[in-house]
Design a protein around this ligand. Structure first.
Ligand code: ADP
Length: 603
């Protein structure tokens, strides 16, 4: 029988595999999801960093113009070597720088030479240095606002420079420069787990909390740009080495926004904002590691869930499969059992039929044996019987002859008496012959109420020739005892018992047979002789067919076995024991019966 649950388990396994495959296939999407999330978490940091930077730049942008309005500056520029003004101007600039929280403030003359500087006291003092090469100077001299970011040539520190012209009577007489230091921002950025980079128009990383990336370029720089950088001494050209950075949009469909950036062996989610005024691009680089880890965790969890669900399902299905198997096993066992039972039933039927046939055969054989037994008994009696007939015949003959003589002599009375005797003898012979006929008759199968008295009488009558000279002790019952049985067969049993008793007492001088009848619920016939009794062997086997201790020709060993079966058929019992005073007792116990019509009597 095909097992559906077992097939279902395979289906579950297949579905689980497909689900796992689908989860794996979906991994890039899952990873993108977590990368986007990581990016989104850092978007605020980027915004904040950009705003702080932009704010600082915007705040500083106005300062040089404000300082340029100071009345002392035209004086200073008019007399740059005036010992009375210069220290005063220097100190003014220093105080201003401190209070405005900017790195440096300095004043250049129209040649680009520093006439006063806030850092006049330090060893990197700008005083005397010429900055005419800086674009901010050029721009400010052109009466505009100059702005520039560069690595300080004097201080060695990066800064953003704002410059404004000092104007006197529409004449530009000098330039005020304010330098904003930027290290502080980077220190703040270093606190976050992500990296911030600020690139200028030339893709040079000007600011980053990663020191090793500063002044690296992320794209090739054209020669003319390179020479411009060299001319303005913006950055030391030797430091502008290439930093390999590949970017690709995170969502190819969207095309902008988050990018995946690979720098060396590291990979980041990158997002960029602009500070237009400075032409800076501020990017925040979020390491992809945690997001990737989260994506894998999610995949793992999903897979685990799939596996768990599959396992649970498989367990349930396996249980069902086992149940189905057990049921089908039980069913097949039941079918097997049924088949066996059917087989056994037919076997039994044939057995029963065979038994019946055997029984019928047995019955027939038994009936034949009964008959044979009777005939055997008759055979045994034949000598006595011939004597029994010959003797009255001889008597009849002599009575007849005497009668003729008496008639001849006219002695009518004597003749009459003789004829009566002859008649009596004929009656007796007729009676014997009747008994013999009855005995030899095949008995019927039926049983019915039988009176015990007549049975014993008939048997004694039948055995009379052999019983001559034997002391028969028998008292007929006062009230008739009725038993269930067949009359002729019962008679045969008694004849057999009497015959056996006689045989046993062949050597006994004064043979004696006791016949006792008992009535009641289980009537009994007891026949006792005073012979040697039953030997041990005979006690054990007397009722077995063909067991005999008699000479060949004397006994067949069938008498007791047939009697045993006859009594058994009547629902009774036949058994033997030795009398304590010697001799054997055979007891026939029978079922009592209530008398009815006499028709069964002959059975
Ligand atoms: P059979 O008379 O042909 O031997 P039975 O079946 O009638 O067959 O008897 C079997 C045997 O039982 C006898 O041979 C005898 O040994 C023993 N037996 C039967 N009746 C008596 C008895 N009254 N006393 C002693 N032995 C007996």
């Amino acid at each position: 029988m095909p097992n559906r649950p077992r097939r279902a388990i395979w289906m579950v396994a297949l579905l689980a595999l497909i689900a796992l495959g689908a989860i794996l296939a979906a991994y890039p999407r899952i990873e993108r999801f977590y990368l986007r999330q990581a990016g989104a978490e850092d978007a605020a940091t980027l915004r904040l960093a950009t705003e702080v930077l932009r704010g600082a730049l915007e705040r500083t942008q106005a300062l040089p113009a404000l300082i340029a309005d100071r009345p002392i500056l035209p004086q200073l520029l008019a007399e740059p070597d005036n010992e009375g003004i210069v220290p005063f101007a220097n100190e003014l600039l220093r105080q201003s720088a401190l209070s405005l929280d900017v790195s440096d403030i300095y004043v250049l003359d129209t040649e680009g030479r520093t006439v006063a500087a806030s850092n006049y006291r330090t060893e990197h003092s700008f005083v005397g240095a010429n900055f005419s090469y800086r674009p901010y100077f050029v721009d400010a001299m052109g009466a505009g606002l100059g702005r520039f970011h560069a690595l300080g040539t004097q201080s060695g520190q990066r800064g953003y420079f704002f410059a404004s012209p000092v104007i006197e009577d529409t004449q530009v007489i000098g330039v005020v420069v304010v330098k904003l230091r930027i290290d502080g921002f980077e220190e703040a950025w270093a606190q976050s787990g992500s990296t911030l980079i600020v690139r200028d128009v030339n893709n040079v990383i000007f600011m980053s909390d990663r020191e090793e990336w500063r002044f690296r370029r992320t794209a090739p720089i054209q020669d003319w740009v390179m020479s411009q950088i060299a001319r303005t001494r913006q950055y030391p050209v030797s430091m502008l080495t290439r930093l390999e950075m590949e970017t690709a949009p995170l969502d190819p469909d969207v095309g902008f926004g988050l990018e995946v950036a690979r720098i060396g062996r590291e990979s980041f989610v990158s997002q960029t904002s602009l500070i237009a005024a400075a032409s800076w691009r501020v990017s925040i680089l979020t390491p992809t590691g945690p997001a990737v880890q989260r994506a894998w965790t999610a995949v793992l969890l999903l897979s685990l869930v799939v596996i768990m669900v599959a396992l649970v399902l498989a367990t349930v299905l396996a249980r069902r499969a086992r149940l189905v198997e057990r049921l089908s096993a039980e069913r097949s066992l039941a079918t097997l059992l049924e088949a066996r039972v059917a087989e056994r039933t037919t076997e039994l039927k044939t057995e029963v039929e065979e038994r019946r046939a055997t029984e019928a055969r047995l019955r027939k054989t038994q009936a034949e044996l009964v008959q044979a037994g009777k005939l055997a008994a008759l055979g045994q009696m034949s000598a006595a019987l011939s004597h029994e007939f010959n003797q009255p015949l001889a008597a009849v003959k002599s009575y007849a002859e005497n009668a003729r003589t008496f008639l001849d002599r006219g002695r009518m009375e004597d003749a009459q008496r003789n004829i009566e005797r002859i008649s009596g003898l004929a009656d007796r012979m007729a009676s014997i012959s009747k008994h013999l006929r009855n005995f030899a008759r095949r008995p019927g199968e039926k049983t019915g109420p039988v009176p015990l008295g007549p049975v014993i009488d008939d048997a004694l009558e039948l055995m009379a020739p052999r019983l001559r000279g034997v002391d028969i002790r028998y008292t007929p019952p006062e009230t008739e005892i009725w038993v269930r049985g067949g009359r002729v067969r019962l008679q045969q049993v008694v004849v057999n018992l009497l015959g056996n008793a006689l045989d046993a007492m062949a050597e006994v001088e004064a043979p004696q047979i006791d016949i006792a009848l008992r009535g009641g619920a289980s009537p009994e016939i007891a026949v006792r002789d005073i012979g040697p009794g039953l030997s041990e062997e005979a006690l054990a086997q007397a009722f077995d067919p063909f067991f005999t201790t008699k000479e060949p020709g004397q006994g067949l060993g069938l008498g007791l076995s047939i009697s045993f079966n006859i009594i058994g058929d009547f629902g009774g019992r036949l058994w033997a024991e030795n009398h304590p005073d010697g001799g054997a007792i055979f007891r026939v116990t029978l079922e009592s019966a209530t008398p009815e019509a006499q028709e069964h009597a002959a059975q």
